[in-house]
Design a protein around this ligand. Structure first.
Ligand code: ATP
Length: 348
């Protein structure tokens, strides 16, 4: 439904978008995920029409958007700072778009009611923004966008200003709303958990490029690069090499990798294992691999403790151990292992 091809945007010498292509299906929920300054907002604003790209194309439902002003595009944007009109009631804030379209009064009323019900704010229609909490204001901002029935809803860190509890609650509500409305959502966030929880597909961005686009479990289980592996969740990343006998070994301790893994290794790739897939103790059997390290830090996460082990070659292994057992001492030597089926390779 949305076809973005080879999009670029340059500010002076700086490439904010560098040859970005992205195809979005109708009704999909796409998260644009990346650190501050990677180009997420520039991409979103290009789709909205607030930024003019220097090259490439954007089309929605087969229609080219280049040269179209924002109000001529079938999209609506919800920003982080809700920007409600302070002197309008909730109902009048939501009615603003339909009134500008000069829809019949009865239809405006009905649409406003529907939009407020969808975001759980129908009891607040006559309140003013100053009489609402942050989360309630953000819901009204959402209602104000969906009341226009856009084909595409662009959301620029809409939950960024909320506290963690409210943020998690609204994440669930937004996911539900997405399913009931059937609108295509493009959601900008720098919070990897938020992206994985909510989106159908996640586009991981860095330095103006999309590095990987995939379903949340694909991104988490099979990140395409070291960068994606470290940005999305924590992981142990171990460099590999070819040993004297031609077998693939870990650089850290020369441990030979199981044949199945070794068979798919490409020169320059590192082995990646998620913390929950590593356990304390030596390797048992040919499919397991172990490393020994020194405890460098222990973080209490509630049901687990996350331990960082420094290996002889200064690489770090990250392992989750049960929170109930004895706490490892800093400086203590610890051997950990994992099964080959739980490991994957990533490129530099
Ligand atoms: P954040 O999460 O901090 O909002 P982002 O990934 O959304 O970051 P963008 O706002 O897209 O990043 O900005 C990408 C880069 O382009 C940044 O380095 C930014 O400084 C630069 N940039 C954005 N707008 C302009 C502008 N109008 N003039 C010059 N540089 C700009």
């Amino acid at each position: 439904m949305i076809e973005i091809k080879s999009l670029s945007k340059v500010y002076g010498q700086f490439r904010a978008l560098d040859d970005v292509s992205l195809f979005v299906e109708e009704g999909e929920f796409i998260a644009l995920l990346g650190p501050s300054g990677c180009g997420k907002t520039t991409l979103l604003r290009s789709i909205a029409g607030f930024v003019q790209p220097d090259g490439g194309s954007i089309s929605i439902s087969g229609r080219s958007m280049l040269g179209q002003p924002p109000n001529k595009r079938p999209v609506n944007t919800v920003f982080q700072n809700y920007a409600l009109f302070p002197h309008y009631s909730v109902a009048n804030n939501v009615a603003f778009g339909p009134r500008r379209q000069r829809l019949p009064v009865q239809e405006i009323k009905q649409r406003v009611q529907e939009a407020l019900t969808a975001v759980g704010m129908s009891d607040f229609a006559s309140r003013f923004p100053s009489q609402l909490s942050g989360g309630q204001q953000q819901r009204v901002a959402l209602a104000r966008a969906i009341v226009n029935r856009p084909k595409v809803l662009l959301l620029d860190e809409p939950l960024g200003a909320l506290d963690l509890k409210l943020r998690k609650q609204l994440q669930l509500e937004l996911s539900k709303l997405h399913k009931t409305l059937g609108i295509t959502f493009i959601f900008v966030t720098h919070d990897q958990e938020e992206a994985l929880v909510m989106a159908d597909r996640v586009a991981v961005m860095s330095r103006g490029k999309i590095l990987q686009l995939g379903k949340p479990d694909e991104i988490y289980d099979h990140p395409s690069s070291r960068y994606v592996a470290s940005f999305v969740g924590e992981s142990t990343l171990l460099r590999c090499d070819v040993g004297q006998d031609g077998r693939v070994v870990l650089e850290a301790n020369g441990a030979v990798l199981p044949a199945q893994l070794a068979g798919i290794w490409r020169n320059g790739q590192s082995l990646m294992i998620r913390p929950e897939n590593i356990a304390v103790g030596p390797a048992v059997g040919p499919d397991e691999t172990a490393v020994e390290g020194v405890v460098a830090s222990v973080a209490f996460l509630g049901s687990t403790r996350r331990v960082h082990l420094e290996l002889a070659n200064r690489e770090v292994a990250i392992v989750d151990i049960p929170g109930t057992g004895p706490k490892p001492e800093l400086g203590q030597a610890l051997t950990v292992h994992w099964h080959g089926a739980k490991a994957t390779f990533v490129s530099d």
